[in-house]
Every structure is written in structure tokens, then in C-alpha cells.
Design a protein around this ligand. Structure first.
Ligand code: PLP
Length: 364
């Protein structure tokens, strides 16, 4: 009976603000089941809002997306390189833009396209500091040789991905310069690099000048991205449940596993069937929105203790504290003096990426 409620109007509002802010090509990132919103739902709404470029992180998303939502003309980037023949074949056969981030991945892709008698589009990935996929900036000789020796690959772009655009503008600018420098070197060798792009949500929102030719946006659509930007993004998604039981406990009684919480007064508890299995009860800070506060908390457990930070939910629209440890499928909420009954609506603010896939998504 728990459901995760997603308001389509709020999503559309966010998409339109982002399009305006970017002012260039917006590539809709659909990874992690569309940031927990539902891959097909997110891509459909993006399409309704006029977006025609998309990106995924996994090859398994490609065929269903082409079948369910995207037209043949919509561009679809896979944001990692692959050295697996089977994956390269799927990219070739579904008109994708592959990522080439190594010599091996270029060879595998070119061979797959050659076998199919096709050319395949690809973008070069430069690793400017995240140290996952991509060529290092100094590997321009290798990159040049790939441009020249893979006749079945049509290179249409080049990109990088920032490591710290949430919090570190200076480092992001360094990465941007490293990237643009590599692009410049390739151009000087007479290579047509195509579309040059870098920014994800935090870069677009926090570091001006990273827009370049296109931006790859995911988390900003959900309104849950670390930023001081004044952009009025709405947080998407609320986990909705109900109060199942009301329980009266005496002062001194403890609540939940390990008895972490002991009532300081006679207390009325609302028992709510939401727990870790739904994605609830990890540190609030583990949400995408809270990486900064997570760091702060790690530094200062004492301060945290003094501030008595705790999980909260809303019951009938009013904030109430979760007491005791959250269980796998249940938690207890202090509703003393709040006149709460079984059946009352419980709403929990939780990022869609943290909500278990087992929780039904409802679109309003
Ligand atoms: C996830 C991802 C993005 C989008 O990042 P957001 O911060 O969610 O906008 C862009 N590029 C790459 C390579 C990614 O992995």
C-alpha cells in the first residue's frame, strides 16, 4: 500500500526552468531507472517538453527505450565505453551514440559496425579527474590515431564529466580547462571534434561557463541537486503511506530494535509500515541533496547530537519525529498530543533514487 507519488506538473516545471537556464541542447539523462522516477515516464515527459537527446548508463536500457518511447530520430548516447562485442552490436543496431574512452573500445565498436556493414556514431570521452571512463588529456596521439583509423565510426562529439561540481568550483574550472585544452589540441591536428560538452546538473547550476554546446541533465529534473542557485526547482516525489496502529507507551519504555530511544514522558506512537526496505531511514544525509551535510556530520558527531537531528515524516500535513531505530518494514512516530488515528496519511520526503524499486510509482 505504500506508494511513491510523482507530480508530473512539477517535473514539467523543472524541465522548463532547466531548458531556459541551459539555453542550448539539453540531453536528458535516464540512468538508474530515470533517477527512480521511472525511465519510460521521465523520457516521455522530457519528449513532451521538446527534448530530443537522451543518455543512458546501461546498454540494457537501449532496446526498451527505442521500442517504448524514443523515435528513430531521437539521439541516444550511452555514457560509458564498452569492450564487449555483444554490447557494441546493440549500439550499432539501435542507432546509438557510443562512447569511446579507450583504444580497445574503439576497436570493438569499429569491428561491430564493420560486421553489420554500417557506420556507428560515437563521442570521445576525456577523463579530466573522475578516473572512470575516458582518455587522459595527454593521450592525444592515441585519440588522433582512433579518429584516423576507424572508418566505421563517425565521431560527432567529445565530452568529459566533472567530479566535484556540487561543491568545488575551482576544481571544476581546472577540469574544464584541461578538457578544452585537449579539444584545442585535437582541433589543431585538423580533427573535426563535433559537439563539445561537459556539464551535468551541478555544473550547469553552480559553475557558469560550463554550458558549451550541450548539457547532460538528470538530478536537476528531480529538483534534488546540491546547489545554491536561485533556480526555483521543485523537489519531485513523496513516499505516501498510512498510520496502521496507535500505541500508548509509558515514560521509560524503549522503542525499536536495540532500544535506542527511551520515552521521556508518556508517549503516543503512530506505527507506520515504512522502513529500510522502502528506502527510508538511512541517514537523511545519504540522499543526493545531502552530501555536504553528510561531510559536516562526519566531522562533528557532537554537534549533531546536540542539535538532535532526526528523521521526520508528515502526518496529515504536520511534521512528526520518528523515534527509535527504523526497521526493515516499520517505524514508530511520536504523535503525542496530535490527535492522529489509524488510516491517517503519512508523507515522507525522500529522493526517488533512494526509494526501493519495489515501491509502486504513482503519477499525478
Ligand atoms: C549521471 C551523469 C550525468 C548527469 O548527472 P546529474 O548530476 O544527475 O545531472 C551526466 N553525465 C554523466 C557521464 C553521468 O554519469
Amino acid at each position: 500500500m505504500n506508494e511513491y507519488v510523482i507530480k508530473k506538473e512539477d517535473l514539467k516545471h523543472n524541465i522548463s526552468l532547466i531548458k531556459e537556464k541551459a539555453g542550448n541542447e539539453v540531453i536528458g539523462v535516464l540512468k538508474a531507472d530515470g533517477y527512480g522516477l521511472g525511465r519510460d515516464f521521465l523520457s516521455s515527459v522530457l519528449k513532451e517538453e521538446g527534448i530530443t537527446s537522451f543518455a543512458v548508463a546501461e546498454v540494457s536500457d537501449i532496446e526498451p527505450l527505442r521500442k517504448n518511447v524514443l523515435d528513430e530520430n531521437d539521439s541516444l548516447l550511452i555514457m560509458r565505453s564498452t569492450c564487449l562485442e555483444s554490447e557494441a552490436e546493440i549500439l550499432v543496431n539501435n542507432n546509438c551514440i557510443a562512447t569511446v574512452g579507450s583504444l580497445d573500445s574503439a576497436a570493438v565498436l569499429n569491428a561491430a559496425a564493420e560486421r553489420a556493414g554500417k557506420t556507428v556514431k560515437a563521442n570521445i570521452k576525456i577523463d579530466t579527474g573522475l578516473s572512470r571512463y575516458g582518455f587522459l588529456p595527454e593521450e592525444t596521439d592515441i585519440i588522433e590515431s582512433i579518429y584516423r583509423k576507424t572508418p566505421n565510426i563517425e565521431f560527432t562529439g567529445i565530452y568529459t564529466h566533472f567530479s566535484s561540481a556540487f561543491t568545488n568550483e575551482e576544481l571544476t574550472r581546472k577540469q574544464l580547462n584541461r578538457f578544452l585544452n585537449t579539444v584545442e589540441q585535437l582541433k589543431q591536428r585538423g580533427i573535426d571534434v563535433g559537439k563539445v560538452y561537459a556539464a551535468s546538473s551541478p555544473a550547469l547550476l553552480n559553475v557558469s561557463g560550463t554550458e558549451l554546446d550541450a548539457v547532460r541533465i538528470g538530478s536537476a529534473f528531480t529538483g534534488r541537486v546540491i546547489t545554491k542557485s536561485k533556480l526555483d526547482l521543485r523537489k519531485i516525489g513523496v513516499l505516501r503511506s498510512q498510520v496502521i496502529e496507535i500505541k500508548n507507551i509509558k515514560k521509560g519504555v524503549s522503542v525499536g530494535y536495540s532500544g535506542d530511544f527511551t520515552a521521556k514522558r508518556d508517549t503516543v506512537l503512530a506505527i507506520v509500515p515504512v522502513g529500510h526496505f522502502d528506502g527510508f531511514g538511512y541517514e537523511k544525509a545519504q540522499e543526493i541533496t545531502g552530501i555536504v551535510s553528510l561531510l559536516r556530520r562526519m566531522l562533528s558527531p557532537v554537534k549533531r547530537f546536540l542539535k538532535k537531528e532526526c528523521l521526520t515524516v508528515k502526518i496529515n500535513g504536520k511534521t512528526a519525529k520518528v523515534v527509535g531505530a527504523v526497521g526493515l518494514t516499520n517505524c514508530a512516530v511520536d504523535v503525542t498530543g496530535k490527535n492522529i488515528k489509524p488510516g491517517d496519511t503519512v508523507e515522507i520526503d525522500i529522493s526517488p533514487v533512494n526509494v526501493s524499486a519495489a515501491v509502486k510509482r504513482t503519477y499525478e
